[in-house]
Design a protein around this ligand. Sequence first.
Ligand code: MN
Length: 290
Amino acid sequence: MRLAIFGESRLGVVNAAGTALVDVTAAVPGHDPDPLTAGWWRALCRDFAALRPALEAAAKEGPEIALDTVRLRPAVLGPSKVIAAACNYADHVTEMHGVQERTLGKVEHWMMDFDVFLKAPSSLAGPADDVVLPPEEVAAGHEIHHESELVVVVGTGGRDIPAETALDHVFGYTLGLDITVRSQADRSRRKSYDTFSPIGPWLTTADETGDPAGLTIDLVLNGEDHRQHCDTADMLMPVPEVIAYASRIMTLHPGDVIFTGAPSGVGPIQAGDLLDTRISRLGGMTIRVR
Ligand code: MN
């Protein structure tokens, strides 16, 4: 099942062609249109198995609404945290040596190991939103990069989750851009500006996605520059290991978001650019930079 949040925090089920949705908001217990009260969404992430039959029944009843007539929102609502993995593809770790020499004048070796960090949840944006480059970072001459990543949405939360059962804790998957300023500042600041975490266009549930190691990530800049292309099977820490690692540090709550790391091909973006990002089986979105 593909779930989209649209309009005033409404929930839609997206059709197989990815062209239309059915508004199933009436089938969601305790729905509240206030985006600050995201409890209904987190409960949906946690209790999806029980709620699924009612959502499927509502989706069958219709009517279908064309996707190009609604405003799609970020594919998740109000996560307690946005976790992100660093250094999860070998080719990317290699290229970061050159990126850091160019942008920092040296290589920060502590940043070359796999780890997780936090992005502000307020940095989330939807497929209809632009990435806004912060004027002060542009004025300072810092490069601002795209990173195109597979994103996990947590279903059943937990702590000290073993890798062997970690995929049982996944509600679904979506795609995200981890927009990043290359500077000396802390990761959490460089990656947390508003609009620096576009995700969408919708969430594909775990059962429909299948093996998260069998996906292809692509990012094309301005319709011609094919910058990123990878197979998620090449992750240094596969999705179950990322979940296990993160849950040993912090309790995962339903609805939490985990960016799983950038493949190689990261690079600078500028105002006016169009970022076309796509993951097989999950969909694609085109994000404008301004
Ligand atoms: Mn990243």
